[in-house]
Write a protein that binds this ligand. Structure first.
Ligand code: SF4
Length: 568
């Protein structure tokens, strides 16, 4: 097949905060350098016009990123010191912090907010709007942004050096045949390819498997955040108020907690995060979130309000010891793709922005030397090690691991780490040495009897006012995928679904997917088979992470498909 090739100098994959910051910073470093050389104030030669591209699978920058985060602005201040004057779309400075412990019926307010969850000086932002704004800044600086360009495959030369990315074909029907509108994907060739796909990126996964980037590291562990935006009838929850909760509905063995962020125009962002290293095979993170909203304290807050948007997204929570090798011949990993999120603070925007900037610095130096080898790009590792990213992540290096021993030991360790600067004297540091999906127990081992998968949530009802089933929620994610295309969820052996998985785990994909993509249905012959409703997918990547047999492979669908959160 004839494919078009586009030659770029530097390619960023995924228009999130890390890639956009990296592309913007690099374009400035190059422009400043060329100008200084032109004026004779800097020695060396001009780099000329450096072509920088950002590709994004969504229909526009930000369309796959749903609102609602608390941002530590330190990195954005480094990138754009006068970001407020320049119109960065922040919702509100954080004005109040609350930390609540929830029992089934009560909300107990902690007299002090734990230091990692103090947000004074930070901002509540819509990451959707922030990335759209950064995208505009990039375009003003001459960066090429290509929406609807999903990265489908890494491209290598004969020595396994990364030389670019092949984007997905368009116009393939569900049987795999070419439709009239068929367009082959494009090979985007680059001297350096930067993967900023977020957690569990599909290209990052390919690269990791091929080059062994996680060898000698702890396995990454993830958490899934399920969230909704609500419009409240009055100002009962002002912009700038931040609440974090612990306790109900999570059981003591499951890592989980809630958040409520007050945004502009009486909108609150409410969500619940569940660690994807839970043991109960019947656990359903979406149902946990619905239960969280049923808590009297939360239900009262939402009374009379209207749910307007839904989304779900994983975060990489493994921390310092789970950071993979993040540089190599012709490539770098940034942001959540490199696991730079601080799980204790539930914050990763600042580290994503900073890592993008440091990647830009390393690439700039590589461009000057015309050397894109692993040896040269090691400079990125050095920059990361010398930066506050490493200092910050080292201080909380054993945070998540301790939660494998339950909520109370996890909390005790989190407090201890704060005092000891991250040390835990060998008590917890190896505790995350199994991937999260291996923590899930089989039904019989967890104590369930029979095959009734409603045993955990039997009493949960979806009233369509406060609580919603997955299909209703997906409607509010404005998801769309052309249905006449191959499913982008590849289940490598569907026989397991109706046999081993049904018996051992009760088909947990039906529960851990927050978008009702996986469904066991009658096959017409008295058996049950897996049906994949791929058009519901909100691109959270949970299935790729949490499947106990690791036979689900998430690949990019046709460009532009997925949720649409523009302006939210
Ligand atoms: Fe998330 Fe996978 Fe479900 Fe898509 S199919 S919404 S990636 S769990």
């Amino acid at each position: 097949m004839e494919r078009e090739s586009i030659e770029m100098d530097v390619l960023f994959v995924g228009a999130g905060p890390a890639s956009l910051s990296g592309a913007l910073h690099l374009s400035r470093l190059v422009a400043e350098h060329n100008e200084a050389v032109g004026k004779g104030t800097r020695k060396g030669k001009s780099l000329g016009e450096i072509q920088i591209a950002v590709i994004e699978k969504g229909a526009s920058v930000g369309s796959h990123i749903l609102s609602g985060a608390v941002m530590d602005p330190k990195a954005l201040k480094e990138l754009i010191p006068d970001f407020l004057e320049q119109g960065a779309p922040v919702e509100s400075p954080v004005k109040e912090d609350y930390f609540l412990y929830l029992t089934k019926t009560r909300a107990i307010k902690s007299p002090v907010t734990p230091p990692p969850l103090k947000n004074h000086g930070y901002y509540i932002v819509s990451l959707n709007k922030l990335t759209a704004w950064l995208g505009e800044k990039c375009e003003e600086a001459g960066v090429n942004i290509f929406p609807e360009f999903p990265g489908a495959e890494m491209l290598y030369d004969g020595q396994d050096r990364v030389v670019g990315v092949r984007t997905g074909d368009k116009g393939i029907d569900k049987e795999g045949r070419r439709r009239a509108n068929f367009e082959p994907g494009v090979d985007i060739l680059a001297k350096v390819t930067v993967l900023g796909e977020g957690p569990r990126g599909s290209l990052t996964k390919q690269l990791t498997n091929r080059l062994g980037l996680t060898e000698g590291r702890e396995p990454q562990v993830y958490s899934l955040g399920v969230k909704e935006l609500w419009e409240l009838p009055d100002d009962r929850y002002p912009a700038g108020r931040v609440t974090h909760t612990l306790g109900y509905p999570s059981d003591a063995n499951t890592y989980g907690g809630g958040w409520i962020y007050g945004m502009q125009n009486r909108i609150v962002n409410i969500g619940y995060v569940t660690g994807l290293d839970y043991q109960d095979p019947l656990l359903d993170p979406h149902a946990e979130f619905q239960r969280f909203k049923e808590h009297p304290h939360v239900a009262k807050l939402l009374e009379g309000g209207r749910m307007i948007r839904y989304g779900a997204k994983t975060i990489a929570a493994g921390g310092f010891y789970a950071i993979p090798q993040f540089h190599g011949d012709g490539f770098l990993l940034v942001g959540d793709s490199a696991g730079f999120l601080n799980a204790q603070r539930l914050k990763g925007i600042h580290t994503a922005i900073k890592s993008g900037m440091l990647a830009a610095q390393a690439i700039f130096e590589a461009l000057l030397k015309e050397d894109y080898s692993k040896q040269q790009l090691k400079r990125y590792r050095q920059l990361i090690r010398e930066s506050w990213i490493t200092q910050e992540l080292r201080r909380v290096r054993n945070f998540h691991a301790a939660f494998r021993h339950g909520r109370w030991l996890g909390l005790a360790n989190a407090g201890l780490q704060f005092i000891t600067g991250g040390r835990s004297w060998g008590l917890f540091d190896r505790a995350s040495s199994e991937p999260g999906h291996e923590a899930m127990k089989q039904l019989k081992d967890y104590g369930y009897r029979g095959d009734d998968i409603l045993q955990r949530y039997g009493k949960l009802k979806f009233d369509g006012k406060l609580t919603f089933n997955k299909v209703t929620d997906v409607y509010h994610a404005a998801v769309s995928h052309d249905e006449d295309q191959p499913a982008h969820l590849h289940v490598l052996d569907t026989n397991i679904c109706s046999t081993r998985c049904a018996e051992e785990y009760g088909n947990p994909c039906q529960r851990f997917c927050p978008a009702a993509v996986y469904e066991m249905v009658e096959d017409g012959g008295g058996q049950r088979k897996l049906q994949i409703n791929f058009s519901n997918c909100v691109h959270c990547k949970t299935c790729d992470i949490m499947d106990p047999y690791q036979i689900i492979n998430w690949v990019t669908p046709e460009g532009g498909g997925g949720p649409e959160y523009k302006g939210m």
